[in-house]
Design a protein around this ligand. Structure first.
Ligand code: KG4
Ligand code: ZN
Length: 378
């Protein structure tokens, strides 16, 4: 049995976990900074680093205590090396490096995006190990605040990127559109909640009103994505309706002003605002468009690469509509992470680290952060 202490500080969650054999999560502590960043409408890097410095050591202590383990029972320390915010990554990496040298155990550097891809195979300590091995090749859809990537996993450590966003990441699009609609931060959960308030049908025919349907950015002929057009379409829709004539004004120079007028600069107050039926319908229209494109491309990739499974990963994997639509549409088995392992956590870092340890991929004390690390790099 191999027991790993894992640490994650790449963005705005301070996380520590103890994971056995890369699967069994003995503890997973996540200290979220969401409330702190909410008033700024997004993550403020300097604040994030400061908070990690305050909360990391207590989070590690709690993770060890909850797992009922001592430092002496640990086989390795793992930490996210990148991608992420430089100042935030440094806090976790320095802590892990000091712990590894202090305790004389191996240090393992993890790619945050690969960690997300491993989250679906995590289990509680009571689970049986069978059923927790993927059947390769696996097509993975990584959808987070900073990334949207479609990959083929030929093996745990052979990951090929076959599609990516050309502009905004899926989570970033959710966050920006939530601001346009005055729904607050973080945008993904806010849009999902608002969309759920939209009436089931608006035309009486069982189909959503045509007014609620946004043109999908299909990017035909490849597996890439583009979400910035959807964001602009939403902005124009809101702008048009704000001006009372129901038709988009279409003057780009006015867009920033309209964005501000619908909550762009006062995101902190948005959550308190009641959601109107129109806002709910716009939120649903946006969510449907994003989900439609993500699901179609993931299924297309599964067929194209002969995948035996499709795995969903990253913060946007928490979206219930996306989970449901992918499971319904995919021709092969779909794995989705437990909700608690969709957004940033350290258990997923422990999962990847275990595979790396088995392969002897251990880092020296010269290890440094890699804020721009890509999938496939370590
Ligand atoms: O993976 P993550 O925690 O951080 C990054 O590595 O980026 O992902 C955060 C992103 C945010 O953009 C957030 O709005 C989105 O995941 N998200 C969601 C949902 N929950 C979180 N997006 C859509 N629906 C959700 N339920
Ligand atoms: Zn993440």
């Amino acid at each position: 049995m191999t027991r790993i202490l894992a640490i994650e500080t790449s963005c705005d969650e301070t996380a520590a976990a103890v994971v056995d054999d890369g699967v069994f999560v003995l503890s997973s502590i996540v200290v979220s900074q969401e409330a702190l960043h909410r008033r700024w409408g997004g993550v403020v890097p300097e604040l994030a680093s400061r908070e990690h410095a305050v909360h990391l050591a207590p989070a590690v202590r709690r993770a060890l205590a909850m797992a009922g383990t001592e430092w002496s029972a640990l086989d390795a320390v793992a930490v996210t090396r990148g991608p992420g915010l430089a100042g935030a990554l440094v806090v976790g990496l320095n802590f892990a490096r000091a712990a590894a040298v202090g305790r004389g155990i191996p240090l393992i550097a993890v790619n945050h995006l690969e960690a997300h891809l491993h989250a679906s195979w995590l289990a509680s300590p009571m689970a049986l190990p069978s059923g927790h091995k993927p059947d390769f090749p696996v097509v993975g859809l990584v959808v987070s605040g900073g990334h949207t990537e479609l990959v083929v996993m030929h093996d745990w450590d052979v990951v090929e990127v076959v599609g990516r966003t050309r502009d905004d990441a899926a989570g970033e699009a959710f966050d920006k559109v939530a601001r346009i609609l005055g729904l607050g931060y973080p945008g993904g959960p806010a849009i999902q909640a608002a969309a759920a308030l939209a009436p089931a049908t608006t035309s009486g025919s069982g189909e959503p009103d045509a007014r609620d349907t946004l043109t999908r950015p299909w990017m035909r002929g490849n597996l890439d994505f583009s979400f910035s057009g959807l964001k602009t379409a939403m902005l124009r829709q809101v702008e048009g309706e704000l001006h009372g004539n129901g038709t988009p004004v279409g003057n780009p120079s006015r867009l920033a002003e309209v964005a501000r007028s619908v909550g762009h600069s006062s995101a902190g107050d948005d959550a308190a605002r009641p959601v109107t039926e129109r806002t709910a319908r716009l939120a649903r229209a946006f969510q449907e468009a994003v989900v439609d494109v993500l699901v179609s491309k993931a299924c297309e990739a599964a067929v194209m690469y002969g995948a035996k499974e499709v795995v969903l990963a990253g913060g946007v994997a928490a979206n219930l509509r996306l989970r449901e639509a992918l499971i319904a549409a995919c021709p092969v088995r779909v794995r989705v992470p437990a909700l608690e392992y969709c957004t940033d956590n350290a258990a997923m870092v422990g999962a990847v680290a275990y595979r790396q340890l088995l392969r002897g991929e251990v880092s020296g004390q010269g290890l440094d952060i890699r804020p721009n690390l890509q999938i496939g790099e370590r």
